[in-house]
Design a protein around this ligand. Structure first.
Ligand code: NAP
Length: 359
């Protein structure tokens, strides 16, 4: 995508919805907007954005769909998005200047917040640095992988776990947690480079669904069936997995990116396979795990510190490049957790600009 705008420190720069995406997102779907840095009142705090996560669901937000529990966006609204930010001024009792949080920031470089439940700002301990992990590995991406796999997939050592979009953000984390828990893990990814990555992070085998016969390879690699299928893509891939389930199999429905750009749903024809194997298929929304976010973040951080979990991150520099970063997800160009470095770690930030007086 072509970018002709430039972020300024002394303005709140935003990306807003200009048009509803018809296909993959394109330049004309986004509008750049600048306004003064907002000033926090009593009960509010000012955040400067350090990193923003980029997720497939953001295209749905732009279409006006009330996805992921967020308010449907109108044309002209700031696009929803979670990320990591530093509190730089506060008139709120629970937040102080210097705190690092992750939560709902929107596609903008500054935000004033009242710390609402919907924004769900979670403080990151100083020991959690680098704080980029809050935009994925120890944030919602990690929670989706951890909660989806452990709470719904209920893996046991020796079981066969199949993961789609295995080189992506959630997928690469699920693969590694599956290995930590002693599973035999098969990753599905698009292209030889992604398959190599999937093997490097621990998969026992990788299937290149763009160049191999997925149905034949799954049969070959899972002769006694799949115990857990962690689904990030839906559609044809899910249908093939349903044909190859072991007795008591669990399918975890995390995402269905292959369906997001279809006008008509794919329409599974073989879901009754679940009955024959006494299996289950369980969808989830990451906020379901909210009561356990802190415990999950602690465990994910511990695995990272022990070297058992290596976050795979695809970091794009510059807030200007957010639209292209979103388009890349649908083109399969990302490897790992898609993150935009807006300013980077707190010590990398420019000096604070002059602010107006609190209102
Ligand atoms: P991601 O996997 O890093 O990126 C998307 C990947 O999907 C691409 O890299 C691409 O990998 C694959 N892909 C794109 N178009 C595809 C298609 N038509 N068919 C098959 N694969 C396709 O994204 P993520 O943020 O980690 O999210 C993964 C999934 O989890 C998404 O479906 C997302 O919506 C979902 N999710 C759900 C929750 C929840 O609360 N349930 C939370 C977070 C994410 P290849 O090159 O390998 O095809």
């Amino acid at each position: 995508m072509t970018v002709s705008v430039r972020m300024r420190e002394d303005r709140n720069c935003q990306w807003r919805v200009a048009a509803r995406p018809a296909d993959n997102v394109r330049d004309t779907d986004f509008a750049w907007h600048e306004e003064p840095i907002p000033v926090p009142r009593e009960g509010e705090f000012l955040l400067r954005t350090l990193y923003l996560g980029v997720r497939p669901v953001m295209r749905m937000y732009m279409q006006g769909i009330a996805a992921a529990g967020e308010r449907p966006l109108e044309i002209g609204d700031v696009i929803h998005g979670r990320g990591v930010a530093e509190v730089v001024r506060s008139q709120h009792p629970d937040f102080s200047a210097g705190d690092i949080v992750h939560g709902q920031l929107g596609w903008q470089t500054w935000k004033v917040s009242q710390g609402t439940l919907q924004e769900r700002f979670i403080k990151m301990p100083r020991t959690a640095a680098p704080f980029v992990y809050g935009a994925g590995a120890t944030g919602m991406n990690g929670f989706s992988a951890y909660g989806g796999l452990i709470e719904l997939g209920r893996p046991a050592p020796g079981e066969t776990l199949v993961v789609s979009a295995a080189a992506g953000g959630v997928g690469s984390t699920v693969v590694q947690i599956g290995k930590i828990l002693g599973c035999r893990v098969i990753g599905i990814a698009g292209g030889p480079d992604k398959c190599k990555l999937v093997e490097n992070i621990g998969c026992d085998a990788a299937i290149d669904y763009k160049n191999e016969d997925l149905a034949a390879r799954i049969k070959e690699l899972c002769p006694t069936g799949i115990d857990i299928y962690f689904d990030n893509v839906g559609g044809e891939t899910l249908e093939i997995m349903l044909e190859n389930l072991a007795f008591g199999a669990r399918i975890v429905l995390c995402g269905s990116i292959s369906e997001y750009m279809r006008n008509e749903p794919f329409g599974l024809t073989n879901y009754t396979r679940l009955r024959r194997v006494n299996g289950s298929m369980h969808g989830f929304f990451v906020y379901n795990f909210a009561p356990r976010f802190t415990a999950m973040a602690d465990q994910l951080s511990a695995w990272i510190n022990e070297g058992k979990l290596q976050p795979v991150q695809n970091i794009i520099d510059g807030f200007e490049n957010m639209p292209g970063a979103l388009a890349d997800l649908y083109a399969g160009k990302n490897t790992g957790i898609q993150i935009c470095r807006v300013r980077g770690e707190p010590e990398e930030c420019a000096p604070l600009p002059e602010f107006g007086e609190p209102r």
